[in-house]
Design a protein around this ligand. Structure first.
Ligand code: HEC
Length: 190
């Protein structure tokens, strides 16, 4: 047999062996175990736009400012505008939405984010990037209050919790609309 044919026969034998093994696979391998309710709730932290999923706890902007200075400012700037990482604070005059016309305008919580609840969800799951998941719920509520106040959206003393946060009206909300266009058949290619 030439080398090529030998290899071909070997490959065919391997395939046959794999097929036989597959045919004999058990319905279950018996590995792992069911996740416990505590394990599921540790991962089940999503907060929806309407506030579903927000935990107990609360915070105000002044408390958030202290946490922001020690855990966030080095990446987002002293006031949230300086970077080096994403700009978090800033409105557009008249609350316009000039992003298509001027790509240099930074997208911030104040001029772009449609839901205040997303600030809580995102900060809790992702920030600080060096220790995501390390903030308590009270700290995240306080940071959310700080960022919303810094963007001129809530009053300085407003308490953010699972009842008040979903009611915060975001300036850019009106620019996000459901796509109600009806599906049209794809045009045939010319
Ligand atoms: C070590 C640097 C670092 C630290 C510290 C940090 N961030 Fe960030 N942050 C980033 C980076 C990088 C991104 C962009 C992540 C991406 O786009 O995936 C980001 C994104 C964000 C965003 C989303 C911005 C947007 O509009 O998309 C928010 C909100 C935010 N950070 C808040 C915080 C808060 C609050 C803290 C403090 C608890 C914090 N960050 C600490 C680096 C950092």
């Amino acid at each position: 047999m030439t080398r090529g044919i030998r290899q071909g026969v070997f490959a065919a034998l391997l395939l046959a062996a794999a097929g036989a093994a597959f045919a004999q696979s058990p319905a279950r391998y018996g590995l792992g175990r069911a996740a416990t309710p505590a394990e599921i709730s540790a991962l089940d932290i999503d907060v929806r736009p309407d506030g579903a999923g927000l935990p107990d706890g609360s915070g105000v902007s002044s408390a958030g400012a202290t946490i922001y200075a020690s855990k966030c400012a080095r990446c987002h700037g002293a006031t949230g505008k300086e970077g080096p990482n994403d700009v978090l604070v800033g409105r557009v005059p008249g609350d316009g939405f000039p992003f298509a016309a001027d790509p240099k305008v930074p997208h911030t919580i104040g001029n772009y984010w449609p839901y205040a609840t997303t600030v809580f969800d995102y900060v809790r799951r992702a920030m600080p990037t060096t220790a995501p998941g390390s903030l308590t719920n009270d700290e995240v509520y306080a940071l959310t209050a700080f960022l919303l106040h810094a963007n001129g959206i809530i009053e300085a003393g407003a308490v953010m919790d699972k009842a008040s946060l979903p009611k915060v009206a975001m300036p850019a909300r009106k620019y996000f609309v459901p796509d109600t266009r009806t599906q049209t058949a794809a045009k045939p290619k010319p």
